[in-house]
Design a protein around this ligand. Structure first.
Ligand code: Z5A
Length: 212
């Protein structure tokens, strides 16, 4: 490797946990520190596959549940060559939702096992750090009403939270649970500290493969 690689940093959490707010703040802070860094978010609604997903989330189309799971997964795989290139070039990637959302959201539907849901993302670039922004349903409710999109209901979000709790127990992934009920600035401080640590460690390690 010609230069030290960038780190793959993922933010996960239930609706309104602050993933997007914190991704932007982390981007700014790392850029100000002189690091090469970019933000990605999944689903990436700009691609052809992402547009199918977006129409489904906006309830403009109906898709069979296995099919939409595979589309979410394909939407990550289509970005893998770009992600690998950026990481190899030394750019750190901050990713707003990743395979863990894929597994948690589909397995919260009736008839889906977590194992089946993880299979389609097996072998993706493995994050060096996954921060789970922990927020109770009561605290999330204080941040306003749910939107109009599919999945944005209390009952479904509780089921998703339980699936995330199962995923977090996996010691093969570097999980850090972040108390997302704190102020934006305090959450940012925690996230920045974990991220800088992960960047320093990742630069001397090869990129792993998720769930393999
Ligand atoms: N999905 C899936 O099913 N399968 C998959 O594989 C993937 C995703 C990748 C995509 O939604 C949907 O697709 C999502 C999962 C599913 N469905 N749901 N639910 P999206 O990515 O387009 O949107 P989102 O991820 O759901 O965004 P979000 O959860 O609504 O928001 P967030 O990014 O976590 O939070 P935020 O936008 O940063 O903040 C929300 C509000 O809280 C906002 O008003 C902030 O100003 C406020 N906020 C943020 N932090 C704080 C603190 N610390 N204190 C007080 N207020 C705060």
């Amino acid at each position: 490797m010609a230069c030290k690689r960038g780190a793959l940093i993922v933010l996960e959490g239930v609706d309104k946990a602050g993933k997007t707010t914190q991704s932007k703040k982390l981007l700014q802070a790392l850029q100000q520190g002189g690091r090469a860094v970019e933000v990605l978010r999944f689903p990436d609604r700009t691609t052809t596959i992402g547009q199918l997903i977006s129409a489904y989330l906006e309830k403009k189309s109906e898709l069979e549940d296995h099919t939409v799971h595979l589309l979410f997964s394909a939407n990550r795989w289509e970005l893998v060559p770009l992600m690998k290139k950026k990481l190899e070039q030394g750019t750190t990637l901050i990713v707003d939702r990743y395979a863990f959302s894929g597994a948690a959201f589909t397995s919260a539907k009736p008839g889906f096992s977590l194992d089946w849901c993880k299979k389609t993302d097996e072998g993706l670039p493995k994050p060096d750090l996954v921060m789970f922004l922990q927020l109770s349903p009561a605290e999330a409710a204080l941040r306003g009403q749910f939107g109009e999109e599919r999945y944005e209901t209390n009952v479904f979000q509780r089921a998703v939270q339980q699936k995330f709790e199962q995923l977090i127990k996996d010691p093969s992934v570097n999980w850090q649970v972040i108390d997302a009920s704190k102020s934006v600035e305090d959450v940012h401080k925690d996230i920045k500290t974990h991220s800088i640590n992960a960047i320093n460690i990742a630069q001397n390690l090869p990129l792993g493969e998720l769930w393999k």
